[in-house]
Ligand binder design. Structure first.
Ligand code: GLU
Length: 327
């Protein structure tokens, strides 16, 4: 009897699904695309949501249904796109460059020839925060402490390693390095399980709001010697993190020195021109609406969104940029 009830409920659910499909999707079969982002307290996750929102608003015209997935970050997204598991993803500009050249995380696999750039988005800075009671006042004070350098698959892990190296430190020998996902780090600082953490993100982010809102006081630690990194790597630029975004931080200065990259939107050569064109068109034609979807987009211009790309621009995106006179 129980089985019969379960079966009828299932059948009912299946028929309802068909009725649903019949109504909305009979004319154009929906194309489902998934956008890989990052941890939910970062800026990639709301960015994926903002882009999906733009194109989903025109679902009737394009038949595209975009959804967003929280992931481990840039390196994961690039690899999942190339494996055909995701259609789009947000990735740091340095990671895009490395994948195209076949260096860093791609040194074994070689150049990732199918990776395509769509546009770039907000600026991201590489930051280090530390609990005040851990007595960390400079990057040198990390020695012997417990620090999050980031999960494998994140974009920021390599930024942390580079920041340390530029300051004569090694994460394998100088301190206890944790490889945690960004979303976990603020809570672990508050619980006293780690003393400091690196992260590369746009501002303001939920991550730093959470990290600076607890009872354990936290401050941003400057990352010196950015010039050495900028000289060595073409994808880094000197940058400052504005403390006005995080009134809960213990810093008294206006800004903390560091270096940065850009968030970019990437896809694969295998994704159709039509789908990429539709997404780019909706973001660019509704630019002012898009910009309001996150405060990290405040400084964006259409021109700035075409800078900082190393992979070839996807032909579907290029079609729009030519029509709009941007290329
Ligand atoms: N830049 C980070 C990474 O790729 C993610 C930042 C975010 O989710 O906003 O690991």
């Amino acid at each position: 009897m129980k089985k019969l009830v379960v079966l009828s409920v299932c059948l009912l659910a299946v028929s309802l699904m068909f009725i649903g499909c019949g109504k909305e999707e009979a004319k154009t079969a929906s194309k489902f695309v998934t956008i890989g982002t990052g941890g939910i307290t970062g800026v990639y996750y709301p960015t994926g949501g903002a882009i999906a929102k733009m194109v989903n608003a025109k679902r009737k015209d394009y038949g595209i249904r975009a959804t967003v997935e929280s992931t481990g970050g840039s390196v994961f997204n690039i690899n999942a796109i190339l494996a055909g598991d995701l259609e789009f993803g947000v990735a740091q500009s340095d990671r895009q460059y490395q994948a195209v050249k076949g260096i860093a995380d791609w040194s074994d696999k070689g150049p990732q020839e199918d990776l395509r750039a769509v546009f770039s988005i907000h600026a991201e800075t590489v930051d280090l925060i530390a609990a005040v009671d851990a007595g960390i006042n400079s990057i040198q004070d990390l020695k012997g402490k417990r620090i999050n350098v980031g999960n494998v698959g994140s974009g920021y892990r390599q930024n942390a390693i580079d920041a340390l190296e530029a300051n004569g430190l090694n994460f394998e020998s100088d301190f206890h390095a944790e490889s945690l996902k960004a979303a976990e780090a603020p809570g672990l600082i508050q619980d006293g399980r780690i003393d400091a953490a690196f992260y590369t993100v746009g501002h303001p982010s939920g991550y730093y709001k959470e990290a600076t809102a607890g009872t354990r006081k936290v401050k941003f630690i400057p990352i010196p010697n950015a010039e050495a990194l900028v000289e060595k790597y073409p994808y880094y630029a000197a940058a400052k993190t504005l403390m006005s975004n995080y009134p809960g931080a213990e810093n008294t200065e206006e800004a903390v020195e560091t270096f940065g990259v850009k968030a970019t939107f990437v896809t694969s050569a295998k994704v159709s021109d039509e789908v990429v064109y539709a997404i780019v068109k909706e973001v660019f034609e509704n630019f002012e609406t898009f910009k309001k979807l996150h405060p990290a987009y405040a400084g964006l211009t259409k021109e700035s969104m075409l800078a900082g790309l190393s992979a070839p621009i996807h032909p579907g995106a290029m079609k729009y940029y030519k029509e709009a006179g941007l290329k």
